[in-house]
Design a protein around this ligand. Structure first.
Ligand SMILES: [Zn+2]
Length: 129
């Protein structure tokens, strides 16, 4: 499932446990390889996400599982009090820690992004504390 900030914010209200999405990722990649899933759909990307990935997001050291031509970037979206309905896109650990020190419950979503083909997938979400 491509990452859409608006959808994630609804999901964030459902609970605050840690969720790992790596299994879904593997399954989706397998389905794309065997033609069950649509590659174009997997590469639909929110314009903000690709802008951030191109500009400033940290590199992961892994290459894109779909196009193999680009290094994946890691983008985090944080949802919580006063961060707005779409959450806040966070690319530095410092900023993440500043938010974690605030009052209230915050959830961070880690998304890997290929700025070349648009592949993007949730890796995990976890509560900030
Ligand atoms: Zn790619």
């Amino acid at each position: 499932m491509p990452f859409h900030p608006g959808i994630a914010s609804e999901d964030a209200e459902a609970g605050f446990g840690e969720v790992d999405y790596r299994l879904q990722r593997q399954r989706l990649l397998r389905d794309i390889a065997s033609g069950i899933a649509d590659r174009a759909e997997a590469c639909e990307i929110h314009p903000e996400l690709i802008r951030v990935a191109r500009k400033a997001a940290p590199r992961t050291g892994n290459s894109c599982p779909l196009c193999n031509e680009n290094e994946l970037r890691l983008v985090a979206y944080v949802f919580g009090p006063r961060l707005g309905p779409g959450g806040r896109c966070v690319i530095s650990d410092d900023e993440l820690q500043r938010i974690a020190r605030r009052q209230g419950d915050f959830v961070s979503y880690e998304v890997e992004v290929c700025a070349k083909c648009g592949w993007n997938h949730l890796l995990r979400r976890y509560p900030l504390s």
